[in-house]
Write a protein of this length. Structure first.
Length: 420
């Protein structure tokens, strides 16, 4: 078992390049099934979830390999349409293979993605959308069997703008006869990235990023190259880290346009954040004096404040003067990091969707256990601002979303060591 040992309260100073987005690369790897040829995907972060996607694609009969930051997928030889339970359980986002495999082969068999880390994560909207497109779906004992003789485009209205359901509907719609219109889709930047990839395949799709997506079904397929967008949640984590520890850092290859709600909060609490080059994604962030509390931080679908940035930003305001209120509207159980943060001396009360953080004067290092991916990132952010040594376990959660977190923090001058 490895732990991350952090000696906190050292100002950060350095430059970091932001990795490609996990939430973009995973659906695009699933979508590569539709290329029926070679997809070269650049800016692929080295993450446990990307490895699982590679294993799923290999299982399906695709050729897959990685060269540095590029992943090569040749899906021409796909021969299977099922995903074994063990692979499905490793990663929740495996569910996006549902729409991709169905579109390619007209059938699929897989099981419900495992775990329950943020509370219930149903897939009823995914299933309803695929049924509307003509799939017959049976769900028995956690197994999902999907068959479709004729996939036919239609109008799908999502009751909630679910990211995964939007992606599954988009992918299946690519091979439907006729036009599919998705209303109330998720508008996250990662949805736009998926649309850009699908367009490269020759699919006529538009509207991603707005409240109506239109997909013209076709047989379009091609060899393509695509570069994954920058990870806005990873960028938000490093910005939270400098807010917590103090100092001055420079992010490169971030996308400030995708980060504005987070940047607004960090500016409000007293960080100095400058966007030096919007197109190259250069952001300078510093924190010198004491932080102050923020107005209520209320998570909502994009372009609102991202639920994934709630834990690291909470970690950043633990020592801010005053009280910061969080309202978590997306997931029911997304305050699991709170009990761990309290071990450092944080003053946080939770009730239902609300968490109230009263700023304390100092935090002291403690033994902490990551509860989930972004909760784990929050512990790292908090430990960087705590006096003394913290030891963080449960790093497998963090590895799902952060490419070489330890060395990145070392580049920023943090006293961080991976101990095996
Ligand atoms: C994606 C992101 C995750 C992020 C989340 C919300 C990926 C790989 N993961 O997860 O990092 O935290 O968006 O921004 O992109 N819901 C239903 N029924 C469904 C589907 C969802 O009720 O069939 C509900 C969920 O319980 C949740 C809300 O919709 O309350 C949003 O979930 P969704 O957008 O689907 O999240 P994911 O796609 O799982």
């Amino acid at each position: 078992m490895s732990i991350l040992r952090i000696n906190g309260c050292r100002e950060l100073d350095g430059v970091i390049r932001i990795q490609g987005a996990k939430n973009s690369v995973l659906p695009i790897m699933a979508a590569s099934i539709l290329a029926e040829g070679t997809s070269v995907i650049h800016n692929c972060p080295r993450l446990a979830d990307v490895d699982v996607s590679m294993r799923i694609l290999e299982h399906l009969g695709c050729e897959v390999h990685r060269n540095e930051e590029s992943v090569y997928i040749n899906s021409a030889g796909l021969i299977r349409s099922d995903i074994p339970d063990a692979l499905m359980r490793e990663m929740r986002s495996s569910v996006v293979f549902l729409g991709a495999i169905l579109a390619r082969t007209g059938e699929t068999r897989l099981s419900l993605p495992g775990g329950c880390e943020l509370g219930p994560r149903p897939i009823d909207l995914h299933i309803a959308a695929l049924r509307q497109l003509g799939a017959e779906i049976n769900e028995v004992g956690g197994k999902i069997t999907c068959k479709a003789k004729h996939l036919k485009g239609c109008r799908i209205n999502l009751a909630t703008p679910s990211v995964g359901a939007t992606e599954n509907a988009m992918l299946t719609a690519c091979r439907c006869k006729g036009t599919t219109i998705i209303t109330n889709p998720a508008r996250e930047p990662e949805i736009e990235d998926l649309q850009n990839y699908l367009r490269k395949l020759g699919i006529n799709i538009s509207g991603a990023g707005t409240s109506l997506i239109t997909v013209e079904g076709s047989d379009a397929k091609k060899d393509v190259e695509h570069t994954i967008i920058s990870d806005r949640i990873v960028a938000a984590t490093y910005l939270s880290a400098v807010a917590s520890a103090g100092g001055l850092i420079r992010l490169e290859e971030a996308n400030p346009r995708h980060l504005m709600t987070v940047i607004d909060v960090l500016r409000e609490i007293g960080c100095n954040i400058e966007i030096n080059d919007m197109d190259k994604g250069v952001i300078t962030a510093s924190r010198k004096g004491k932080l102050r509390a923020a107005r209520p931080i209320i998570t909502s679908p994009y372009p609102g404040f991202p639920t994934d940035a709630q834990p690291p930003i909470m970690a950043a305001v633990l020592k801010a003067e005053g009280t910061t209120v969080f309202v978590e509207n997306i997931f029911e159980n997304r305050y699991r990091h709170v009990e761990e943060l309290k071990r450092l001396g944080a003053d946080i009360k939770t009730e239902g969707k609300t968490a109230i953080v009263c700023g304390v004067n100092h935090l002291s290092g403690a033994e902490l256990r990551s509860t989930d991916l972004r909760g784990g990132a929050a512990l790292v952010v908090a430990a960087l601002g705590a006096e003394g040594t913290s030891e963080i376990s449960g790093l497998h959660h963090i590895d799902r979303g952060y490419d070489c977190l330890e060395s990145a923090l070392q580049c920023l001058g943090a006293d961080v060591k991976l101990v095996t």
